[in-house]
Design a protein around this ligand. Sequence first.
Ligand SMILES: [Zn+2]
Ligand SMILES: [Zn+2]
Length: 282
Amino acid sequence: MAAETTQFVHVWLLPTLEAIAFTVACVAAAALIERLRPVQSGAGARLFNLAYAAVTAPLQLGARIAGVGAASIAARPMGGGLLHLPEHGAWVAVSALAYVAAMDFGEYLFHRAQHRSPMLWRMHSLHHSDDALNGSTTVRHFWLEPLLKSCTIYLAVALVIHVTPTLAAAFALAGLYNFVPHLNLRLGLGRWSWIVNSPQYHRLHHSALREHYDRNFASLLPIFDLLLGTYRAPGQGEYPPTGLGPDVAAPTLAWALLPLAGLPVRRSAWASGMTPAAEATA
Ligand SMILES: [Zn+2]
Ligand SMILES: [Zn+2]
């Protein structure tokens, strides 16, 4: 086998197939859990979401860890991170938590920007266009998003905290939790919903109802929503319908690959210049 072919197989083909197999395994495990107490019946757009994830896998390959690595390298000429967190003994757990929390804050800010900027919303609305939220919605993100995060939030955190392979691995591991809040599952944390994201808490973020728009942006830690005024506690038994609304057609695969060409733009409180506080008094 020629050297180029060997390199293609080992650097791209096998890792891509592994990433696809891992995604399928996670979605299958999620589907099994969802059978316990589903909010909606049926498979939803599971096949569409998996097909989209497979088609864009070469572009999204190891996106989180590759993005963190790229940001770390880009930060080196600029000082390579002000803080060197300790990793000896039990400190490794403290440092990993601190790094994951810092990255989660970055994810929170980026997510708010996605709802505020019309350009970013056109990409992000692919994620919100799923009208049957389930584990597979986790991988329904526009393929360009990881790159945008690498040169914004990941780079910003890398300038503050020196990224090591251990910290990058902790963030990648924490990212797996993202499947949990997307589950089609009647599971909430009640008055503890500010501690960690849950299926009920995140369902409100995906809600098709106007009253829930632009709330609960947190990826992992809802404390950021609470501190920055975007927290909406789920009511008892509150599991609203999800998606962009009834007048928006289901996306095609081609549309999902190039959403800038005309994804539907949902009305957004942030895009119209209203903050949740102003909206509450309106
Ligand atoms: Zn969103
Ligand atoms: Zn989501």
